[in-house]
Design a protein around this ligand. Sequence first.
Ligand SMILES: *Cc1c(COP(=O)(O)O)cnc(C)c1O
Length: 394
Amino acid sequence: MSKKYKRIETEVIHDGYDDKQMLGSLTPPIFQTSTYTFESAEQGERRFLGEEDGYIYSRLGNPTVSILEQKIASLENGERGLAFSSGMAAVSAILIALTKANDHVLCSSGLYGCTYGLLSMMKEKYHMSMDFSDMGNEDEVRAKIKPETAVIYIETPINPTMRLVDLEMVVKVAKDFDIPIVVDNTFSTPYLQKPLELGCDVVLHSATKYIGGHGDVIGGLAVGKKDFLNEVAVTTQKDIGGVIAPFDAWLLIRGLKTLPLRMDRHCSNAEKLLGQLKDHPHVSRVFYPHDYSNLDYDIGKRQMKQGGGVISFEIKGTKKDAQKFLNRLSFIKLAVSLGDAQTLIEHPATMTHAVIPEETRNQMGITDQLIRLSVGLEAWEDIWDDLKQALDQI
Ligand SMILES: *Cc1c(COP(=O)(O)O)cnc(C)c1O
């Protein structure tokens, strides 16, 4: 796709919208309509046949939603974008589109809890199988691929352990077997990492997080090849129906405008807090992509422009100590989202990753002592003061 704007800071604001086509409206209008009228019966027939472009019904397309889809396609450097009612609506539409009964899915060694839940359900209902791999090197990936492997599904950074997967390396292996790679890019956003440019096939987002950025909307996005996403649009999206509301699409369009500014601040705050956390006597380990002690530091430096806004750390003590620490925080909010202006904190073992059986969870490194911090946009000194007073009391 030829790019209209060279730099992402301009792209997030201007791409995908032409005010001249909308009566000069500076911001995109919210097309709050369920359906669209046809000028004639013949036109209706042509639209349903796909012989004429134009809107039919808002589950099949909406002009406000189209602007968002165009924007995310440009930002990820993909051919087509598709917006959904939630990140999970995007994940499920893509996974269902790419698999059939008895297929195998190879996953990175950590998955968003509900993605794990979805795959477990598909395993039960459709006799599918799934495997996890650290994907540490080519041989490790190759060894896990089966004749029935239909998808390689990757989160990097892995939530909440902050391990990374070398996407270029996995692409090399997957091409030999002609298996599509799907990447959940929620934690990095296209500002920090562009998997399609590295040869991956589909990028997914929970737009609820950094893309929305203000904790006021649930949404999902997918980007990839035009043919594939067109097919998803008229099958697993249209027929299952997880489409985004026009107002929610509008909020995401608004959020995107400040994505680069916000990400810079999330990342610089995180870097500052990282140093403080490492020095605190009640913190045993810290996990962050661009931290030199991270096992995947080299991949992080190569693949991600900055380390992102999420830090995980282990406190010294028990599960009870972890809970006491969380209860003592003042303005840092105890909540299970991320990417918002407010700093949010949570306990993965009992919250976001509680659906994963304890043994698997421990193998993934999600211990009872692990805390996940979504660093907000506040002054980092204030965030640290709050964390410190709670840590001091453990
Ligand atoms: C939140 C999240 C999801 C699910 O997104 P929703 O918008 O909550 O449906 C998927 N993947 C990751 C990495 C997430 O953080």
